[in-house]
Design a protein around this ligand. Structure first.
Ligand SMILES: [Fe+2]
Ligand SMILES: [Fe+2]
Length: 183
């Protein structure tokens, strides 16, 4: 696909469900950036800092991609809230050490992979917006790498308290997506 075809593909009107999904993606990638910034601010271990720094670079590129597909007027008005919640989701576990960070990231990223997969399947089924679909696939592949890296660094199953925190993070992510799709 040449650049003219890509541009005309992006100008194609988007169904309302896709705008809502992209708004949630934009909110999610903003939150992800702040998760890793929260970790970087509070982490004491070099391995965790390196991990967060690398992931942050990828999340910045994801946000840039999503921003290119979503008009400013269509973005979530709750962006300041997604930033604060993202920051807390990274900074809080980071105070407790690397295992808490890796467990949290594993939970967040596995949620994000499923979130992107749903949109990719719908775009493929409806055979629309191949440029957006392929960009979401790239993001999804990166998130899967983030998840597997976090899971492998975790080494063993988290304890009860950490499991509870991860369930809270997953449930919170679900609510955040629902809200960001509409507001
Ligand atoms: Fe991302
Ligand atoms: Fe990620």
């Amino acid at each position: 696909m040449n650049s003219n075809e890509i541009n005309s593909n992006l100008r194609e009107s988007k169904p309302q469900w896709l705008i809502a999904d992209l708004r949630s993606d934009h909110a999610g990638e903003t939150g992800a950036i702040w998760i890793y910034q929260g970790i970087l601010l509070t982490a004491s271990e070099d391995a965790v800092k390196e991990f967060a720094k690398n992931h942050l670079t990828t999340e910045l590129s994801h946000l840039e991609k999503i921003e290119s597909f979503l008009d400013k007027k269509d973005r979530s008005v709750l962006i300041p809230l997604w930033k604060i919640l993202g920051f807390l989701t990274g900074a809080l576990p980071s105070i407790f050490g690397s295992r808490a960070v890796f467990a949290t990231i594993s939970a967040v990223e596995s949620f994000v992979v499923r979130h992107y997969q749903l949109q990719i399947h719908r775009l493929q089924n409806e055979n629309i917006h191949p440029v957006i679909c392929s960009a979401l696939q790239t993001c999804c592949n990166d998130e899967a790498k983030h998840e597997s890296e976090a899971t492998s660094l975790l080494l063993s199953q988290p304890g009860n308290l950490l499991c509870m925190w991860c369930r809270l993070v997953s449930a919170g992510s679900k609510i955040a997506v629902k809200l960001a799709r509409v507001i």
